[in-house]
Design a protein around this ligand. Sequence first.
Ligand code: DOR
Ligand code: ZN
Length: 355
Amino acid sequence: MLKLPGLTDPHVHVREPGATHKEDWDTVTQAALAGGVTTILAMPNTKPPIFDEATLNLALDAAKAKARCDYGQYLGAGPDNSDVAASLAPQAAGLKMYLDSTFGELRLDDMTLWMPHFQKFPKSAPMVMHSESRTLAAAILFSAIYDHPVHIAHVSLKEEILLIKAAKEKGIKVTCEVCPHHLFMLSGAPNEERGKRKEGRMEVRPRLATQEDVDSLWANLDVIDCFATDHAPHTLAEKDGDNPPPGFPGLETMLPLLLTAIDLGRLTLDDLITKLHTNPKRIFNLPDQPETWVEVDENAVFEIRAADQFTRCGWTPFEGWKVKGRVCKVVLRGATVFHDGKILANPGFGRNIRK
Ligand code: DOR
Ligand code: ZN
């Protein structure tokens, strides 16, 4: 039996308010605990988006009533909310800036809209960028110009990880995260899978990348500060429909996939603890969770099945994958919250990390 500290996922789409048929604060925090994750940071691209005091309270009220693990809620950077966002910074997980196209309405195309956020958002509060490829280069330049730390979400490309490496070497305050699906899945199905694979289910932003990209992520593990799921639940009817929305659920599959990589010698246990506990705690200024740990049977071999999951969305892109390493028990602040496949924490047990 392996004992891990409570894990943090800094990138989760909860879907409440607005799309609770996909997921809500209750089901997403059950999925987190089943995956060994004791803190989630929730993204603001909900309906309505979280961008001012009223919408922040909408999300935090739902979380307070329903969450079974600890949580924080990001604010979204909009075209005209830089003053309000800066004043709400102490209550938020951080500021999320959508600089490339994604699911939802929050997107800042014009760089003049980025400037007031970089000027006003407190330097000690996390700023997370959805910025791909050349937009990532622009985000790093903004970080250098405004001397504001930035955290780059879901790095997926070779050019991105190499640029972040170079920026770090220059002393620019940039950190980053990589998602399991970008480490374990490729764009373009292998020949034997073509036709079997439903392409709508493979839609995700950033898109799945090439073997060369994936190899470069593995070759630059030391540049990766955090692992994050980008847990983005959509129902199967939506994924298999005419206009499939991008996104994968990931909370319940991240730890088994990474433990399997450790078993194969691709990753060390130290890497896992650093990138899922120590670094996120530092980067996102998270409080201690005393008497908190995750017990894992590192020899348990099983197949990933959507039917075994707590997420409401009802599917996983890793269906049928054989993995080694099962979460047996999770203790959060002295209470056993997950044991032998059962959630034992009640709704409302979770705490706001900014309270
Ligand atoms: O695939 C994605 N889905 N990428 C994002 O950036 C957003 C997310 C979502 O909210 O569905
Ligand atoms: Zn996301």
